[in-house]
Ligand binder design. Structure first.
Ligand code: GLY
Length: 382
């Protein structure tokens, strides 16, 4: 068996030593903990007390019959082409992880999408820094890169971290070295369009610096559309007929961020999460709000407890609102930012949810490729 296949199947050799701890003291600790647990249960029974309920993490909702799950791919609003590609590949037998990454590569390669890959909006110094993560349901393995410069497909580098290393997350210069060692080509990801948007942001940021705002009549209309600080991202998840789920999240992150800022996208449990027996969740929007709530992990856990994707997502968004600090709330106590989640259940049911609407997400299934409305907590009036 090749090293790659062996690692995907189970940790072996040195990897097994690392994951098991490889020491008798750790084994003793686990044994002692188990004995202590049994002793506590025995004491509770002897005292006539009910033992605590089984932790919900060990229970599973009813599982769909294998081979009978409707194939489907879902994504954030900017991923119609990604879901179409992912669906076609899954339907032709490709593993859902490779299928959703191939779909997202279309968006990463598209210079018109200024939130992902080539042409993504840069950090405050004008340098594009990308974050991405991938997660494979059947093996529960994940790979991610953060603050990666010069490589247009961070999702492919993240897959290599998953496949070729014993790590989950590589960042910055280390992630770039890893990508170059694996044959990726370095390039300038700042397109003319994203450079002009960044320059306009600098010119209009403050009247206390030496940049003068350009006369309004001279502002390129293509640039004027993007005033503000977009937090776009792509998330894409796919499920095959066997019910195997995988997903990917890829982004250039918060526009004009501090160099080195890492958002939610490459953080497993925040930007994405899969439990192959339950479902998946991924996010777009204000990464900091998600990082403080690990929304994707939390939503999948609510699905484990029996909530449908839509209800699980809305419950987590309400929690995010409750946890939001006052400086980020409007006068009605509503967040001044958006956060969106995309949820896919083990039975192929799916939902998009957003703090602010109108919002929508993309779906490709046997009925075709389309946008569907996301459920929202609040609606903006246009
Ligand atoms: N959700 C993308 C980011 O905040 O970086």
């Amino acid at each position: 068996m090749s090293r790659r296949r062996a690692e995907a199947a189970a940790p072996t050799g040195a990897a097994a030593m690392r994951t098991s701890g490889g020491s008798s003291s750790r084994r003793e600790f686990l044994t002692n903990a188990a004995v202590a647990g049994i002793a506590t249960l025995a004491a509770q029974e002897a005292a006539g007390q009910e033992p605590p309920a089984e932790p919900s993490s060990t229970k599973l909702p009813p599982q769909p019959p294998a081979g009978r799950v409707p194939i489907c791919a879902i994504s954030s609003d900017n991923g119609l082409a990604a879901t179409r590609r992912a669906y076609e590949l899954i339907a032709s037998g490709v593993d859902p992880l490779d299928a959703v990454i191939a779909g997202v590569n279309l968006i990463e390669d598209d210079p018109e999408d200024i939130t992902v890959g080539l042409g993504g909006l840069p950090n405050e110094e004008g340098v594009v820094e990308l974050d991405a993560a991938v997660m494979h349901g059947p093996t529960h393995r994940a790979g991610a890169v953060a603050a990666l410069q010069g490589i247009r497909n961070p999702s492919r580098v993240a897959r290599l971290v998953l496949r070729e290393t014993d790590h989950v997350l590589l960042v910055g210069a280390g992630a770039l070295k890893f990508a170059l060692a694996n044959g990726f080509q370095e390039e300038n990801l700042l397109t003319e369009k994203s450079r002009k948007i960044w320059l306009h942001w600098k010119q209009t940021l403050s009247d206390q610096d030496d940049w003068l705002p350009p006369p309004a009549a001279e502002v390129d209309p293509d640039v004027a559309k993007f005033f503000g600080r977009p937090t776009g991202t792509i998330h894409c998840a796919g499920i095959n007929a066997a019910g195997d789920i995988s997903c990917v999240t890829s982004t250039s992150g918060l526009a004009f961020k501090l160099p080195g800022r890492v958002g939610d996208s490459p953080i497993v449990g925040a930007g994405l999460y899969v439990d192959n027996q339950i479902g998946s969740c991924g996010s777009t929007g204000r990464g900091e709000a998600n990082l403080q709530n690990l929304s994707s992990f939390a939503a999948v856990e609510l699905m484990r407890g029996g909530l449908a994707p839509r209800e699980a997502g809305l419950t987590i968004l309400r929690r995010v609102v409750e946890h939001t600090e006052p400086r980020l709330l409007d006068q009605q106590g509503r967040p001044t930012f958006n956060l969106q989640l995309y949820l896919l259940g083990k039975d192929g049911t799916h939902a998009g949810v957003a703090i602010w609407g109108p919002a929508r997400y993309c779906v490709t299934d046997a009925q075709g490729t389309r946008h569907e409305p996301s459920a929202t907590l609040y609606e903006r009036r246009s």
